[in-house]
Design a binder for this molecule. Structure first.
Ligand code: KG4
Ligand code: ZN
Length: 337
């Protein structure tokens, strides 16, 4: 046998990334992601266009993943797909493809939870975190704190009540005229700015939950007030505005993470999602590691944002546990943990 089995093909189509990956015995043999460029001109993901683009891109992406892993379809032991949460139309494209392929090849089908996969992105490449750990997923669609007991045993202990933190970055950036997605642009401008030049009221919510919609509204009123006096306000203070809003959003995340450490006594954390790319967040996490003895794990950037390698690795653990689904399974846009 040429490959280490199980060999699993995983499909990810929950939002605007069309992705496929192959794992052989839990190790990534290929990982292909095609980011749908079409949404940038609309300032956000257009669900209908995302579904159409997945439909067009999925076969070429899968073909490339198979070629790069240098396998043939007959060597696959299972097919995995993201069942949810995500955009219904987008998820359906991946689910239909995975079900048809599993049916045609007569191999098991594995339904993967997108948020669990984000956390297990920390198990794609060594060094791996040890259990129990605290997972923080921070992206354009999600902000959650998760107590992770092992690869398959996870419990949400806090989550956003409204917008996700990445969504806040994107919406606030849009107010400043930055291109979509604005998160990386805010991060870039923030590096030349003063993080305490402006202050914004962060919303306090109970327990380990988050809220990011209030700060977006506060920022809008703040800009309107200043722009009424000076139409060049944003242009003059862009770096300070970006640094200050980034500082506020990151502090809101870190305050809850600190609270979770106090409550659980767990100091090992696995960060995931697109916002994990933020340089301000990474810097502060490094400081906490040194000062508080936290052990912080952040996957490399390509594994932080939506990808199929994380789905494939999650599927590997489900395969080993015999967690398969039947071919009647459906996509779940609001899939509970
Ligand atoms: O995980 P992801 O690729 O897709 C999902 O939303 O599931 O995350 C994308 C989000 C966007 O909101 C984007 O603005 C944000 O991650 N993001 C960042 C940075 N890079 C990406 N936010 C802040 N700083 C960054 N460097
Ligand atoms: Zn995601």
């Amino acid at each position: 046998m040429k490959y280490n089995h199980p060999v699993i093909l995983a499909i990810e189509t929950s939002c605007d990334e069309t992705a496929a990956a192959i794992v052989c015995q839990g190790k990534v043999a290929s990982n292909v992601v095609s980011t749908q460029a079409i949404h940038a001109q609309y300032g956000g993901v257009v669900p209908e266009l995302a579904s159409r683009a997945h439909d067009q891109l999925l076969i070429p992406v899968v073909r490339k993943a198979i070629q790069e892993a240098n396998i043939t379809l007959s060597e696959l032991d299972a097919i995995a797909f993201t069942q949810g949460p995500g955009l219904l139309g987008a998820l359906l494209v991946g689910a239909s493809f995975a079900k048809s392929t599993a049916f045609a090849l007569d191999i098991p089908l594995i339904a993967v939870h997108h948020m669990r996969a984000h956390i297990l992105a920390n198990f794609i490449e060594a060094p791996y975190p040890t259990f129990p750990l605290l997972g923080l997923t921070a992206s354009g669609g999600h902000t959650q704190l998760v107590l992770v007991k092992d690869h398959l045993n996870m419990e949400v202990i806090g989550q956003t009540q409204d917008d996700a933190v990445g969504e806040a970055f994107d919406k606030i950036g849009k107010l400043m005229g930055l291109p979509y997605p604005a998160g990386p642009h805010i991060d870039q401008h923030a590096q030349q700015g003063d993080p305490v030049r402006f202050s914004f009221p962060s919303t306090h919510v109970s327990q380990l939950n988050f809220s990011f919609s209030g700060i977006k509204t506060a920022f809008l009123y703040f800009l309107q007030k200043h722009q009424a006096k000076d139409s060049q306000f944003v242009a003059k203070y862009r770096a300070d505005l970006c640094a200050s809003i980034q500082h506020t959003l990151i502090s809101m995340l870190l305050d809850k993470l600190k609270q979770a450490v106090t409550q659980t006594g767990i100091k090992t954390m696995a960060i995931a999602g697109g916002v994990a790319a933020n340089s301000g967040l990474r810097k502060q996490l490094r400081q906490f590691s040194e000062q508080e003895g936290w052990q912080v794990f952040i996957p490399k950037l390509a594994y932080c944002t939506d990808n199929a390698a994380m789905v494939a690795v999650t599927a590997h653990y489900q395969y080993m546990a015999g967690d398969f689904c039947d071919l009647q399974v459906n996509a779940k846009p609001r899939m509970p943990f």
